[in-house]
Structure formats: C-alpha cells, structure tokens
Write a protein that binds this ligand. Sequence first.
Ligand SMILES: Cc1cc2nc3c(=O)[nH]c(=O)nc-3n(C[C@H](O)[C@H](O)[C@H](O)COP(=O)(O)OP(=O)(O)OC[C@H]3O[C@@H](n4cnc5c(N)ncnc54)[C@H](O)[C@@H]3O)c2cc1C
Length: 451
Amino acid sequence: MNRRKFLAKTLLGLSAMGISIESLALFEQIKIVPNGKTVLVIGAGMAGISAAYHLQQKGFEVKVLEAQGRIGGRIRTNRTTGVVFDEGASWIHHPKGNPITPIAQKAGLTTYRTDDDSVQVFDKNGKPYSTTLLNEYEEEYENIVQKVQKNGIANKSFATIFNELYPQKLDSELWKYFLSAYLEFDTGTSINRLSSLYFDDDSVFEGDDVIVTNGYDLLINYLAKNLTIELNTPVTGINYEGEKVIVQTAQQQHTADFMVVAVPLAILKQQKIKFTPNLPIQQQKAIEKTQMGVVDKFLLVWDKPFWDTDLQYIGYTPTTKGMFNYFLNLRKLSPHNALVTFALGEYALEASQLDNASSQAQIMAHLQTIYGQAIPQPKHFLRTNWQKEPYIGGSYSVATNGTSTADFDLMAQNIAKKVFFAGEHTSKDYRGTVHGAYLSGLREAELIADL
Ligand SMILES: Cc1cc2nc3c(=O)[nH]c(=O)nc-3n(C[C@H](O)[C@H](O)[C@H](O)COP(=O)(O)OP(=O)(O)OC[C@H]3O[C@@H](n4cnc5c(N)ncnc54)[C@H](O)[C@@H]3O)c2cc1C
C-alpha cells in the first residue's frame, strides 16, 4: 500500500504505547535464560514471528503453529519471473522511527525512496492532465479529506458525507481517481464502506516511504531464523478452560502456559478457530464489526519498456473507480521492465472474480489507451487474490462505517491472562501495516513477560 497521509498526525512514541526501546534491540548477544514457561503462537506472519522472537529472547519456550507451508502471511515475495514481486507488503512507511527500519538493515533489505510527486496522470482517452491542474486537485483533496473528517458521523460512510458536501464531484473521473488511488489504496476499502469518522485516525512515524527492492521476505526470514515453527498445521480449536491452554490441530493437541493468537482478522470473522469457552461478547462484536479490506496487485513484465521510465507512477482515470488506475514503475527502482497495478475499492471485489486473461486484457486496454495499440503483450503476468486465500481472507483491516477505532483495542484484549492476541488488526495506531503487526507481537510478548 502506498500510504499517503494528509491530515496532521499525532506522532505516537513507542513509549506511549508501553513499549520499551531496549526491547527493540535485535539479536544482540544476550544470554537467554530459560524461565520454564511455554507459549504457543498461532500464525507465522509478522505479528506471530515478532511475538515468538521476543518471547524466546525473554526465556520462554515457544512453538509457532502455521497453517500454510510457508511463513510470512501477507509478506510474500514471488521471484518466479525473475522480478522481485512483493505480493503483499512492499513499502516501509515513514521509515524514520519505524521499528522495521533497523531490522530491515540487519536483515540486508535494500530500499528505494519512492517519490509520490513523480507521477503523470492520463484521462480516459489517454491525454495527460496538466501538472497545474493535478496540483490544484491535490491541494483541494487535502482540504476535502479534512472537511469530511470534521463532518464525520458514526454510521455514515466517507462517500455519504463527501456527497453531502460536494454533490457533483463523484461524477468527475479525476475525483474518482484521487479518492481511489490515494484513499481507497491506503485504507483498503471503498469510500462507500469507509467510516467517515475513523478513516484517518491512525498514526505514522516520520520520513518519506521507501519500497523494498530485494524482497520483504528477507525480513521475516531473518526474524524467524532461530524459531521452532511447525508448517502445514492449521489450528482448529483453542480451549482455555483449564490452567493450561490446549490447541487442537488436524494432527494433534498441543498444550502450553500461554498462547498468542496472531491469525488475520478474516480468520476470526469466519470462526475458523473454535474457542472454548467462546470469546467474550465484546470481543466477538468487535470482530464482527471491523472489516478486512481488499487490495490486489498485478505484475506485468516486458522485455523493453514503452513507458516513460523516469516516472515513479503512472495514473489513469477510468470511468470505473478503482479499476487499474495506478501503475508503479519498477524500472525506476530495479533493472526490470515491469509495471505493478492495483485493483482498489469496490472494483477490487469485482477483479477478484476475473480470471487472469480477463484482468490482463483490462489492464492492457488502459495501457493501450495511453501508449497506443501497438504496445506488446507482457511476457509475464502475475496477480494476487488475497480475499480468496483460505488462511488470509483479505488485505488489511479497516475502520468501516459503523466501526469505532476502540474496536481495534478490544480485539487486542487478552483473556484470563492466558490467551493473547496479536496481528495488524489489533494495532489501533498502526493497523494495516507491517510495523503495526510487528509492534503488536512485541506488545503481547512484553505483557506475557510482565505477568
Ligand atoms: C496487497 C497488500 C499490500 C500491502 N502493503 C503494505 C505495505 O506496503 N507496507 C506495510 O507496512 N504493510 C502493507 N500491507 C499490510 C501488511 O502486509 C500486513 O499488515 C501484515 O503483514 C500483517 O501481518 P500479520 O502477522 O498481522 O498477519 P499475516 O501476515 O496475515 O499472518 C497471519 C498468519 O496466520 C496464519 N493462519 C491463518 N489461519 C491459521 C490457523 N487456523 N492456524 C495457524 N495459522 C493460521 C496465516 O497463514 C498467516 O501466515 C499490505 C498487505 C497487502 C495484502
């Protein structure tokens, strides 16, 4: 996600979140002193790996149970075409002060500062908009976003308030583009579902976003290197009635003193794990109310570029909002002649029903409008479909209409100091990000260690 934040943000210090800076020291030569306590961590995404890593450092005996045959969850790098294609997370947002930055350095990630202003936007006939006009729109967009938030009402969506304030604007292709390529991309959902009150109340660190160029998976592999992880082990039940927690998988039962549930929100919503006793009612309600947004990525690779390789982004303003309207030019940051485009907002749900040939044809139609009919078909095409992944179920959690951000806190509440919850959806301030997932795992590790 390309997280563009326009509203004034409160910069949340880690200490304000109850997280000690010392605990961010990674793989220092500390002597691990076993404390005789056991922890099961469910899910080997960033949140689960972070929890497991920090618990192990604190002397706990930790085992991670992961449903899939790989670790990383929504961090997944596909190198099958020779291009490094991060199918989930790509950017380290606001890297200054971001806890992912020092880990990325230690893990050998290479990064490139993406320039949001290096963009040319084309209309639906392929004619470029002038930079002056785009700048005017962007400035107005910032004001509009603030005004919507000021007028935001519980149970009214962003689109409802926006339409009340600016009744004609959604007829304009350029406004659809701004609301989609900026806001729907960032939040992961359609403006029709987005809360008008809580769409932008999370926090950011500082500095311009950087994109990882050699694969985000290096980060998770680095953190996981000394952990005990059982792959292909979906958890189906959690019983916390007794003194110990009992975890049921298809293969066997596991028992531990504590557990950290770090599966995606969608898995909790679909009740794929049976909790005995049931989760507290408040927590169940928060899980029901909060939603998982959908953003999908499409990679197209050619032998030679036909676009302006100096541009970081190419924008397009189709009539259908969210339909392949934003292209990330990988040639700008790598030797590869490749573009990545996105399905956003409501259109992301439609795109998830399209087969590869139809989505490729649709994307090519947009590029042909801009660059002419003679452009070649790509030699490689890859796409994601996060919502259809049985152990993920969407892209990132979002404050939709009817939710309050307090729900993200509720989802982070432990039960009886035995069952703890991590995951990007439990991080009110940094939800929907890798650093949010990482910090949630660290937070739970510190809570358990402090008992
Ligand atoms: C398209 C896309 C783009 C993104 N872009 C960015 C970006 O640029 N920058 C950024 O910071 N963030 C980005 N994100 C968000 C970021 O990837 C996530 O917030 C973060 O990776 C989530 O980590 P997590 O550990 O909470 O969940 P996950 O990574 O989803 O991990 C959960 C794990 O639980 C496992 N699991 C599920 N069910 C079970 C079960 N029953 N038993 C055992 N294991 C189970 C899953 O297989 C998975 O491995 C993006 C996400 C997507 C999808």
